[in-house]
Design a binder for this molecule. Structure first.
Ligand SMILES: Nc1ncnc2c1ncn2[C@@H]1O[C@H](COP(=O)(O)OP(=O)(O)O)[C@@H](O)[C@H]1O
Ligand SMILES: [Mg+2]
Length: 511
């Protein structure tokens, strides 16, 4: 068999954990090979071993059938191996071109070299339809663009083996679609790709084969065409997973949240721009209303206005019939509003506090947890222990764990636990499953449906089309700051929803 890469029986340990335990991975030339596993399964570690960032304790690596010692990224590069890291490694205040050439420039005839480099970069970007402005600063371009720069960097170095570590976690649906196409073009030109993800639909869309890791161990490799998403997720999680969300049809009751003519304006370079324009809608008890849209169409500003994180220019927000437009964040939070925020590091958690304190972040001032300005630690830790149990929040030291050290999935579970345990009237969940693995997603979806059935009103803001279609009882589409459609998920297709999101279509029963 013609393998371009063989990682055989690789073991890599960190203090206290075997991140890779006897893992074998074989990459065929010209294939897209997915590496699937939940958070912490050992995927990035294995790829870092291949890229020379870590030395394994055991095992060997063969490149083009020859055993190689890869002692660093330079060795990897010499062998034609390139990697786009989970967190990009670009220099913010350099231009696109400078970043691509970085580390490859020669000192002599610097100017001429730069001219040649520019030519090569432009040719590559044309060939692979990776449109970039070579003179733009990295700090000025979108995340999707930055990713293209990373890909161009690999092409510029003539890398034949490309590792993509969770490349879609940060992209919009359109950008994901484009990346999939770019990957197909790359293999057509003879490149071989290792594609790390925990999204099964992406694997189905592009990968030829898929290897699965679970808790540091190798589970198996399958042909994607012959394997159902259900089977792959079972390999990944180690148990049956419910990919379809089970829920009864909704029975909406009284209105909890009402947003009326909400407008948010921003002044930029002397112009006033409407980020949210006259948004009006209601969310009732017992329904999940989803705001769908491509990232950056006013969802964040709308959410900030509803929660009180920032001001609105016009309009009103009422909760349970009470106008809270001028009320501060805490008032809304103690009067029925719970918020699972988009940015869990900025608005969701205090990363240097322990888990217990984070679990009472919205309630520590209540008399259950405080008397005469002293925190009642006994009650706080007892309460935390209960949430940790109920919501299956995993961490190394229970309530005493510093939240910064926890995995993304468990940080998110902590936020969900905190917000849901307040038994809110209206739960505003913003991209609650972003970047999470299947197990955690399933769990959070179940919680949202459970809250709905318990009588809460749920407003979900999501960029994930599957999530929007499967979870919501009603879909509001936001485009350029406006709510352009009010749709019944049972009556439309994903393709139609995509058209509304792209602004090509308007309609539904707009109130
Ligand atoms: N540099 C490191 N030091 C200590 N532990 C690490 C390090 N890198 C990863 N780990 C641990 O190894 C395990 C596998 O991590 P990782 O390879 O990043 O998983 P994945 O990419 O599949 O989410 C995790 O438990 C993680 O906490
Ligand atoms: Mg990783």
């Amino acid at each position: 068999m013609d393998y371009i890469i063989e990682m055989l029986h690789i073991t890599k340990e960190f203090p206290g954990i075997i991140a890779n335990d006897d893992i074998t991975l074989q990459l065929k030339k010209g294939e897209i090979h997915a590496l699937l596993g939940e958070n912490g399964a050992g995927k990035s570690t294995l790829m870092s071993v291949l890229f020379g960032l870590y030395q394994p304790e055991k095992g060997i690596i063969k490149v083009r059938n020859k055993e190689e010692k890869i002692t660093g990224p330079l060795d990897a590069n010499d062998l034609g191996i390139g990697m786009v890291h989970q967190h990009f490694k670009l220099v913010e205040n350099f231009t696109v071109l400078q970043n691509i050439v970085l580390g490859m420039e020669t000192t002599k005839q610097g100017f001429l070299r730069m001219k040649e480099a520019r030519k090569k970069v432009m040719e590559l970007s044309e060939k692979y339809k990776l449109l970039v402005d070579p003179d733009a600063l990295i700090s000025d371009i979108t995340v999707g663009m930055q990713q293209r720069v990373e890909i161009l960097k690999m092409l510029y170095r003539d890398n034949e083996i490309m590792i993509f570590d969770e490349p879609t976690a940060v992209l919009t649906p359109q950008e994901i679609e484009e990346l999939m196409q770019i990957m197909r073009d790359l293999v057509k030109e003879g490149k071989s790709i290792l594609f790390i993800t925990h999204k099964l639909n992406e694997i189905k869309a592009v990968a030829d084969r898929c290897s699965v890791l679970r808790r540091g161990k190798y589970i198996g490799t399958v042909e994607v065409a012959d394997t159902t998403p259900q089977e792959m997720s079972e390999m990944m999680v180690g148990r049956k997973v419910n990919l379809t969300i089970e829920k009864k049809s909704s029975e909406p009751k009284e209105v909890v949240l009402e947003v009326k003519d909400l407008t948010v304006e921003a002044k930029k370079e002397g112009h006033t721009k409407k980020l949210v324009q006259n948004a009006s809608f209601q969310v009732r008890r017992g329904e999940i209303v989803c705001i769908a849209g491509i990232d950056g169409n006013g969802q964040t500003e709308l959410v900030h206005a509803i929660t009180g994180l920032s001001d609105m220019s016009a309009g009103a927000v009422t909760i349970n019939g009470e106008d809270v437009t001028k009320k501060p964040i805490r008032y809304r939070s103690t009067h029925g509003l719970s918020h699972i925020p988009e940015d869990r590091h900025k608005h969701g958690l205090v990363l240097d506090y322990n888990l217990a304190y984070n679990l009472v972040l919205q309630q520590y001032f209540e008399k259950e947890f405080q008397s005469s300005r002293f925190l009642k630690n006994d009650s706080i830790y007892k309460y935390a222990e209960k949430l940790i149990q109920d919501y299956d929040i995993r961490s190394s030291e229970g309530p005493f764990t510093v939240t910064r050290s926890m995995s993304g999935g468990n940080q998110q579970k902590a936020i969900v636990a905190r917000e849901v345990s307040k038994t809110p009237d209206i739960l505003l969940a913003v991209q609650p499953t972003r970047g999470l693995d299947v197990g955690a997603i399933e769990y959070i979806h179940k919680q949202l449906v459970k809250q709905r059935d318990a009588g809460a009103a749920i407003l979900l803001v999501s960029l994930e089309l599957d999530e929007v279609m499967n979870l919501s009882d009603r879909i509001l589409v936001m485009f350029e700051g406006e709510i352009v459609a009010d749709l019944d998920p049972k009556a439309i297709t994903v393709q139609e929803l995509g058209l509304y999101m792209a602004g090509a279509k308007k309609g539904g029963e707009l109130s």
